[in-house]
Design a protein around this ligand. Structure first.
Ligand SMILES: [Zn+2]
Length: 246
């Protein structure tokens, strides 16, 4: 299949067992010992976007069964508390109090912390919690460590953009890959639910295609807006590390 971002051909650059998670690299052991077979990571020869072949065509039910099941917490301890606390504190330091929708916010802890800090914050996650889909638009839409979990990148960003005010911004994190992956990469781990990986170029191509401007604050944190002038305020924001360095 051609690249979903730029339609150029793809090639296999990494093969990984389906039950390997990012946490395996940090803990130095297999968190899920069962061998579920190998998946091929296919990288675009032009823009560098990469995806796990096969997994990118799974249904939502297959993701619930194999990834977002009762054992998911084993591979994402920061998901449970430390990451929402860190991100809420960062947003509270960077933004005026306003309406905010957190897309893919798990059980909604970050949004709850932001409400405590004075934001009108809502959380919505297709796989967690019983929160209803948000209605209307918000000046700020966040999606932290969501992009890499979603097979259909245009579909995801269209949803985020529909949730965003015309003069609003989307703040999202995903760790950018090297344009040409060389050897191993901990972030490309299927059991975590990671299936799609942007290079800096593929992310910019996608934003251009959807008529958004995008500024990467770091290799992990990015801000997109229809109005490029809005991105200038992010220059004064504190730096945040979303993932621990391996
Ligand atoms: Zn491409």
């Amino acid at each position: 299949m051609p690249c979903q971002i730029c339609r150029a051909p793809t090639r296999n650059v990494l093969t990984k067992e389906q039950n390997i998670s990012c946490g395996d690299y940090f803990e130095g052991r297999r968190l899920y010992p069962e061998d579920r077979g190998a998946l091929q990571l296919m990288e675009c020869v032009s823009c560098g976007f990469a995806r796990f072949d096969g997994m990118d065509r799974w249904s939502a039910e297959e993701f619930r069964q194999h990834i977002y099941n009762a054992d998911y917490h084993l591979c994402d301890q920061p998901f449970l508390g430390a990451r929402p606390r860190k991100l809420a504190a960062w947003l509270a330091a960077a933004l005026p109090r306003q309406r905010l929708v957190d897309y893919g916010g798990g059980e909604g802890m970050m949004a709850a912390l932001l409400r405590d800090a004075g934001f009108d914050a809502l959380s919505f996650d297709p796989f967690y919690g019983d929160h209803a889909a948000p209605v209307g638009t918000s000046p700020v839409v966040t999606a932290f460590e969501v992009v890499e979990h979603v097979p259909d990148q245009r579909g995801l960003f269209r949803i985020l953009m529909e949730l965003c005010d015309p003069s609003g911004m989307i703040i999202f994190s995903t760790l950018l890959k090297a344009p040409e992956l060389q050897g191993e990469w901990w972030y490309a781990s299927p059991r975590k639910g990671h299936v799609s990986f942007h290079s800096g170029q593929s992310l910019q191509l996608l934003m251009d295609d959807l008529c958004f401007f995008c500024r990467s604050l770091t290799t992990e944190m990015h801000v997109a807006a229809r109005d490029p002038g809005l991105l200038a305020i992010t220059e004064g924001w504190p730096v945040i590390a979303v993932n621990d360095p391996l």
